[in-house]
Design a protein around this ligand. Sequence first.
Ligand code: FNR
Length: 360
Amino acid sequence: MDQIVNVNEFQELAKRALPKMYYDFYSGGAEDQHTLKENVEAFTRIMFRPRVLVDVSKIDMSTRILGYPISAPIMIAPTAMHMLAHPQGETATAKAAAACNTIMIVSYMASCTIEEVASSCNAVRFLQIYVYKRRDVTAQMVKRAEKAGFKAIVLTVDVPKFGRREADIKNKMVCPQLRNFEGLISTEVLPSEGSGVEALASSTFDASLTWKDIEWLRSITKLPIMVKGILTREDALRAIEAGVDGIVVSNHGARQLDYSPATITVLEEIVHVVGGRVPVLLDGGVRRGTDVFKALALGAQAVLIGRPVVYGLAAKGEDGVRKVIDMLKNELELTMALSGCPTIDDITRNNVRTESERLK
Ligand code: FNR
């Protein structure tokens, strides 16, 4: 692993380690995968305004999210079915999160149970949820998460219908039985054609979900609620009106609506209307410490890492995930030093120049 010098190199290792069907599931995006490319490329169009002769002999990357201290503003995004990547599944990812002193958002579609993840380590964990047509099943998951010491619920709002992921359709990708739902819902849907994951989602996810349902969620839990999948200022305002405790700017890693904007390009308009009332996080295409820095400069409190974590897990288990987070942290530390920002609070809008500013 010593020869790996950046997180992108884990993708090739994961490709070699995984059966094609699973690699395609992890790496793919929706339709033409235009947004998939854009998520990464939009970061490359933002340049720095580095400041010099600042004392950067000590760099402090630590921050707090919903009051929980973390070593750096780099968290683990919820991604489904880690056991397809590694036999230890989410328990290995959670151990890496604990070792890196960061927060893991555990997917509703995790392969390990909520309780297994909780007992595997003392990382701060949030539970991501979808709302099923069978509300009792979703409510039960939320209760179990509360009982297992999870600290927040992250409601993903960008999957009223499943995005068209063509590799999964070709491969007839099937979701195995997820242990969290054993005895409640059969997740192993075997359609005669197409993607079994899509078939599972369309038979279980509640496409009638609206802003009113935040009230329902609020009525069943005392945990803070974040919404994940916001891409416009209008929806950010609706979220604030609905009383959420945080917003994740996300296009679901470009797996839902192709030609939705790269997340980094809409972050600022959302941060602007939120006006500091709740934390704003961002995910999608974060592959470098410089990307993390750019997101912070444009107003995010932290970023979430999706695919690179799964690739690290597939390639090297817990150590691979640790390495992914550590490499991003090291790169962020260097970027902060070379930009003249010894602490997270020192990173401001003045530290970056966006494409439209450069064209002026
Ligand atoms: C995801 N994502 C996701 N999101 C969510 O809310 N619940 C989920 O179960 C999943 N599952 C999932 C599986 C896989 C394989 C991927 C790649 C993504 C989306 C995820 O949380 C996040 O938004 C993106 O992955 C971020 O983009 P990057 O870092 O992958 O570019």
